[in-house]
Write a protein of this length. Structure first.
Length: 395
């Protein structure tokens, strides 16, 4: 005899993203106000602070500032152990090493399920630390402080954590929403030019498929963005971050159980380019190139006009982002474009049925179920000319 018992429940998730400057300054009340909302069961609340070494290199006084800030909050917060500094960048997502280090340190410091982990760093670092935090005691609250444009406008505000494994980009990971996200724009001032620009690609991505007005704004502000105008970048981060949040909240599939992945527009080739280059091409740079490929494809199949495609591509180039790389034209022994493996990977990830998001006018999108290979070959050839015809491009 077979017996079944149905079990069904929902868990409401809620978190806020804050936009500020100089969060650890004695004059900034934001962080203390945010923490007060959580009315912890433990007082003082144990916390472990983890920082991307790239951030420490650029902000040598940061540890001291955080210690001083925590010193003023001694009555409600208790820092467990020294601030942990871990090298960031894409290689910190190579396998589980950083996530394991978080587990080991959290265990050694006797953190409990109510304790907080604070992670301060770039998108790759937050992904790896977030995975460790989600695993420790099956998940401890994580406060993210994203420090790159890409982490502030995209990766750090969402619900995904993970690492690269066995050559697969983001192959292992979990969906785990953060406790809160604090976007401090001051961090952006010390980014390299490449990291300053990379996150702009994600803003074009979401604007092209969701928000024509934001896209126009981006195209009108390329010079200021290229010149590193912090106020303009703050507005980009805020508008882009909010679009990502709205998508997660409203699209009905925050943990991506279905096949539609609008926020992966341009990413099928981007992820492949990143791994083909052994991550010498940064995620945002690869996204910019991937967008150029898919924008031209959308124009070729009549979803966009050539003028609309040119406007977006010129916007990316105007911000100093690359739209081409020789790896787009690299072939395997059988003479096939290697980049096509990106389509196969994406199809496999979705369970065998390809579903790609393309713009079908500026600010709008549709899903397509096929991608014409000969058209792609034509596009990657034409991008070589276009990519060379405009100055700022990937070294
Ligand atoms: N979880 C998600 O939903 C999601 C979404 C998009 C992208 N991502 C991931 O994000 C990663 C890319 O993140 P990224 O673009 O932030 O790059 P990154 O994390 O590799 O950081 C780039 C470099 O900047 C340094 N750095 C960080 N902050 C700094 C600062 N304020 N000043 C000076 N240097 C600083 C880092 O140490 C690193 O060397 C990729 O692995 C990508 O897959 C994740
Ligand atoms: Zn991305």
């Amino acid at each position: 005899m077979t017996v079944s018992s149905r079990n069904s429940f929902t868990i409401p998730y809620e978190y806020s993203v804050y936009f500020t400057r100089d969060v650890f300054s004695p004059d900034n009340p934001l962080l203390a106000d945010v923490l007060r909302q959580f009315s912890p069961e433990l007082r003082p609340l144990p916390i472990m602070v983890v920082i991307d070494a790239g951030v420490i290199a650029a902000w040598p006084n940061l540890q001291q500032d955080i210690e001083a800030w925590l010193g003023r909050q001694k009555h409600c917060l208790q820092k467990r152990g020294e601030i942990l500094v871990i090298p960031g960048g894409e290689h910190c997502k190579d396998g589980f090493a950083v996530s394991q280090q978080i587990l080991a340190e959290a265990w050694q410091r006797r953190l409990c399920r109510h304790s907080h982990i604070w992670a301060i760093g770039g998108g790759a670092f937050l992904d790896a630390v977030g995975l460790g935090a989600a695993l420790f005691h099956r998940g401890v609250p994580l406060l993210r402080f994203p420090t790159t444009v890409l982490a502030q406008d995209d990766s750090g505000v969402g619900v995904k954590n993970g690492c690269n494994f066995a050559g697969g980009k983001n192959l292992a990971g979990v969906f785990a929403p953060p406790l809160a996200v604090i976007n401090d724009a001051a961090f952006l001032t010390t980014l390299s030019d490449r990291d300053w620009r990379s996150g702009i690609a994600e803003a074009f991505k979401v604007a092209i498929i969701k928000d024509r007005v934001f896209l126009q704004w981006l195209c009108q502000h390329t010079e200021q963005l290229l010149d590193r105008d912090l106020s303009v970048m703050e507005e980009l981060v805020r508008r882009c971050g909010i679009l990502h949040l709205q998508h997660i909240q409203d699209n009905g599939d925050p943990f991506e159980t279905g096949s539609s992945r609008p926020l992966d527009f341009g990413h099928w080739s981007a992820h492949k380019l990143e791994s083909l280059s052994d991550f010498a091409i940064k995620h945002g740079e690869a996204v910019s190139i991937g967008l150029a490929v898919d924008l031209h494809y959308a124009a070729e199949i009549g979803l966009l006009t050539q003028a609309e495609c040119r406007l977006c591509v010129a916007g990316l180039q105007g911000c100093g982002l690359p739209i081409d790389h020789p790896l787009l034209r690299a072939k395997n022994a059988a003479g096939q474009l290697l980049i096509l493996e990106g389509l196969a990977d994406f199809r496999e990830h979705l369970g065998g049925k390809l579903q790609l998001t393309l713009p079908n006018s500026l600010g709008h999108k549709i899903e397509v179920q096929e991608y014409n290979r000969s058209l792609l070959a034509k596009i990657v050839s034409s991008l070589e000319y276009l990519g060379n015809s405009h100055e700022p491009k990937l070294s």
